[in-house]
Ligand binder design. Structure first.
Ligand code: SF4
Length: 61
Protein backbone atom coordinates (compact mmCIF):
# COMPACT_ATOMS: atom_id res chain seq x y z
CA UNK A 1 0.00 0.00 0.00
CA UNK A 2 1.13 3.54 -0.72
CA UNK A 3 -0.09 6.57 1.22
CA UNK A 4 0.06 10.30 0.66
CA UNK A 5 -1.41 13.23 2.59
CA UNK A 6 -2.57 15.84 0.12
CA UNK A 7 -3.00 19.59 0.53
CA UNK A 8 -6.59 19.32 1.75
CA UNK A 9 -5.50 18.44 5.30
CA UNK A 10 -7.12 20.72 7.91
CA UNK A 11 -4.92 19.48 10.75
CA UNK A 12 -7.59 17.81 12.87
CA UNK A 13 -5.06 15.30 14.19
CA UNK A 14 -7.24 12.24 13.83
CA UNK A 15 -4.89 10.24 11.63
CA UNK A 16 -1.94 10.78 13.96
CA UNK A 17 -4.09 9.49 16.82
CA UNK A 18 -5.42 6.49 14.94
CA UNK A 19 -2.10 5.49 13.42
CA UNK A 20 0.85 7.25 15.11
CA UNK A 21 3.30 4.83 13.52
CA UNK A 22 2.53 6.24 10.08
CA UNK A 23 1.18 9.78 10.56
CA UNK A 24 2.53 12.74 12.48
CA UNK A 25 1.65 16.41 12.75
CA UNK A 26 4.13 18.82 11.22
CA UNK A 27 5.19 22.15 12.68
CA UNK A 28 2.86 23.70 10.11
CA UNK A 29 -0.11 22.02 11.73
CA UNK A 30 -0.92 19.53 9.03
CA UNK A 31 -0.38 15.80 8.87
CA UNK A 32 2.33 13.93 7.03
CA UNK A 33 3.26 10.30 6.55
CA UNK A 34 6.53 8.92 7.88
CA UNK A 35 6.85 6.68 4.84
CA UNK A 36 5.02 6.56 1.51
CA UNK A 37 5.21 2.79 1.62
CA UNK A 38 2.99 1.11 4.21
CA UNK A 39 3.69 -2.42 5.32
CA UNK A 40 0.97 -5.00 5.85
CA UNK A 41 1.27 -4.54 9.61
CA UNK A 42 -0.03 -0.97 9.38
CA UNK A 43 -2.34 -1.29 6.39
CA UNK A 44 -5.55 -1.65 8.40
CA UNK A 45 -4.74 1.36 10.59
CA UNK A 46 -3.80 3.49 7.60
CA UNK A 47 -6.98 2.52 5.78
CA UNK A 48 -9.01 3.40 8.87
CA UNK A 49 -7.33 6.80 9.03
CA UNK A 50 -8.00 7.38 5.33
CA UNK A 51 -11.64 6.37 5.71
CA UNK A 52 -12.07 8.63 8.72
CA UNK A 53 -10.32 11.74 7.42
CA UNK A 54 -13.01 14.44 7.32
CA UNK A 55 -11.66 16.02 4.15
CA UNK A 56 -10.40 12.92 2.33
CA UNK A 57 -6.84 14.19 2.47
CA UNK A 58 -5.29 10.73 2.87
CA UNK A 59 -4.82 9.03 -0.47
CA UNK A 60 -4.10 5.30 -0.45
CA UNK A 61 -3.54 2.90 -3.29
S1 SF4 B 1 -7.31 13.06 9.48
FE1 SF4 B 1 -7.16 14.19 7.53
S2 SF4 B 1 -7.54 16.34 8.07
FE2 SF4 B 1 -7.12 15.24 9.97
S3 SF4 B 1 -4.90 15.58 10.31
FE3 SF4 B 1 -5.14 13.61 9.20
S4 SF4 B 1 -4.96 14.14 7.01
FE4 SF4 B 1 -5.33 16.03 8.14
Amino acid sequence: MQVHVNGECIGCGMCASVCPNEFFMTDGGTAAAFSPEVGDDLADQVQAAADGCPVSAIEVR
